[in-house]
Structure formats: structure tokens, C-alpha cells
Design a protein around this ligand. Sequence first.
Ligand SMILES: [Fe+2]
Length: 418
Amino acid sequence: MDTDTQRLLHTFSALADLGQEIADTGDFEEMLRNSFHLLLGSLAIRRGGVTEYDREGHQLRLVAARGLGVGTSETFNIAAHHARDLASLGSAITLADATKEAERFLEDHKSELASIEIDLLLPLVVRERLIGIVLLGEKASGEKFTEEDFETLKVLSRHIGVGIHSHRLLEEVEHKAIENQKLYDGLRKIYKETVHAFAAAIDIKDRYTQGHSVRVGKYSEIIAREMGWSDDEVEGITIAGYLHDIGKLIVDLSVINSPERFSAKESKEMSRHPSAGYEILARINHPYAEIPLMARYHHERIDGNGYPDGLKGDQIPPGAKIVTLADSFDAMTTDRPYRNKLPLEDVLEDFRANTGTQFDPVVVCAFCRAFLKEIEGSKERRLLNLLNRNYDNVESVSPLLNQLLVDFDGGSLAATAH
Ligand SMILES: [Fe+2]
């Protein structure tokens, strides 16, 4: 094998090793160091360094080095026009015989580079931009760099340049992703707060049911969590709860605030609110797609006798079934213009009587389990806190809740609730 072929093979193997280094997504600094050592090794150069160009700081920063001696400066200032010169030049620069463009840069740095015995500069250029410069001392043999050496260095340094460039791009993308996440979280928070404020506005219109929408949101959240919904889904149903009665905003105020039970005509007016709510909500781009449907179907019944569409069983979205129960529970546990709140025992009796016709047994059981968990000492007392304002001795309904679980879940869930 002639020496040219040997050298070529050597370059190829260095290149293969370099490719491996760059493909490795591990420690970037280590990748850079190893790649640089491979480059030095391929031409038996003892001394050198890799600098990375900081475009904003107008500096070349040493990111890998070998044999440069203690006290070598970590950064070199570089004017923007010098960086442009070097980027357009692209090829290796020997200190001894530099081109005119390189000369402008070298004027400022020659003595600095000579003091650390640097003979050769390899600008790292990616997409016509300076990424950094590889600084190299002479070959161990003292021989001059040949054209072939320059070719080898060009190929190897190109890999280092692309490696640095890709790494920085990745960092930038990661940084942007974090920024975006922060922005998104911020927006989400604002969205939730806005909806919460909106819910309060809906309730103000209906002066007999102050706080109803917010409570329905909270009850829905508790039930959905008990049913094992994901955090996103739980957040969605909380918002659906807040907004379920938004259609009341366009129902005649005198109907809403009527102190009497509704007449047939008033009932008809009032029964428009789920579809009206849907019409309002469907125009908004919610992070949770089902919100408009949950509002539309919160007065449906699983036996098909509800409104507006008379859907049955599985035709009703699960979220709407949860909001239905939360809505009824809050309606029965708060004073209304035409009646006082019901005793909790009566509320649960209503649940028992209407489960399977109005309410979905799965939802009723989830509600009972969540209720029992709080009574039996779970740290969270959200449901109890909501109720304690209106009732004393809420805990006394525990046997009724257990009985509901026995009736509608064969007792299996009642056992796990303990
Ligand atoms: Fe409603």
C-alpha cells in the first residue's frame, strides 16, 4: 500500500471516529474534546485549541485545548467584520503567509497567537457563518503542512463545526421549548382565571344561585378525578362546569330570577339555555374540545327524557353526565327561590331514585367514593368544605353513600372505598 493510500485510510478512520463522536448525544464538551484530539492525532499535531464564536459578545471562546500551556487566554476578542472576513474566506490560514482578508484579523491577534505557538487557523464555517476557529500548532515532525494535510484538516474541522452548530441549535430549540412552555402555562392560567371570572359573572345574573357555576366546576373536578381522568381532562371538565350555564346569559332575566316555580312558558324559555350555551361556546377555541358539548348536554338524561336532544345512555358524552350530577347536587344542596335546600339524606335518596334513569350509575358511584374518602379522613376536604357551609354533621351520611355503592356497584367499590 503506498503512503498516499495509507494516509487516505487514516483520514477515513479518523472521520469515522469523528462521526461516531458527533452522533453520540452525550456530553457535548467531551465530544468536542475527543473530536479535536482525533484531529490533532490524524496529523500528529501536539498543540492547539478549538474556539467557539460568540456572535453577541464578539468573542472567540476556547472550548477545547491541548498543549497550549497554562495561562492561555480563554477568550479572544474579535470584531464583527473580522468574523465576516473569516467566514467568507473559509479556508485554512497559515500565520506565516496569510491572505489579505485574514491579515486584517491577524493584525490584531498575531502576537497573541504567536505567544501560544499557533501556526495555523481553520475557520469553522456553517451556512456562511463563522462558528469558531480551530487553532493549530506545528506538526510534531516539524514538517510543513501539505495540500493533502489541508484537505484532511478541512474535512475533520468541518465535522467539528457542524457538531458545534448542531449542538447550539439544539440548545436554542430546547430553550425556546422551555420558553414556549412557560408562555403556554401562563396563558393557561390566564384562561382558567378568565373562565373563573366569567363563571362568577354568569352566577351574578342569576341572583338565587350565587356561586353555583364555580361549585359545579369543583364538584365535576372531584368526580372526574375519582373516575381516573387525566390532569388535562380534569382541567377541561372543571372549566366545562364553570361554563355549563353560560346559555343563561341570553335567557330572559325575569325568568331566571322568578321567585316562583317556572310556568310552562318560562320553562320553555329556560330550557333554551343548554343549546344557547353550546352556540356561544362552540365559537371559542378551547384547549379542551368537549366543553361546548358538556354544556349542551348537561340536562340530558340517560333514559332519553332529557333535553335538548333527548340523547340516551352512551350517546351522552361522559363529561356531560358528570356535570349533570354536579349540577343537580348543587341545586339540591343550596336554597332556591321556591324551596330551601334539601337535607343531605333526601339528596342522596334522590340520587338513589334517579340513578339509571337520570344519572349514570358510574358517575354516581364515583361521586359516592370521593365523598366517602373525604369523610373517612383523606387529606383533601374539598367536597366537605363546599358542603360544610350549608350543613352540619355531613359525615352522618356515610352509611347512605355506602348503600348507594352497594346498590349500583354490587358493593365491590364500597369495599375499596374503606
Ligand atoms: Fe343548567
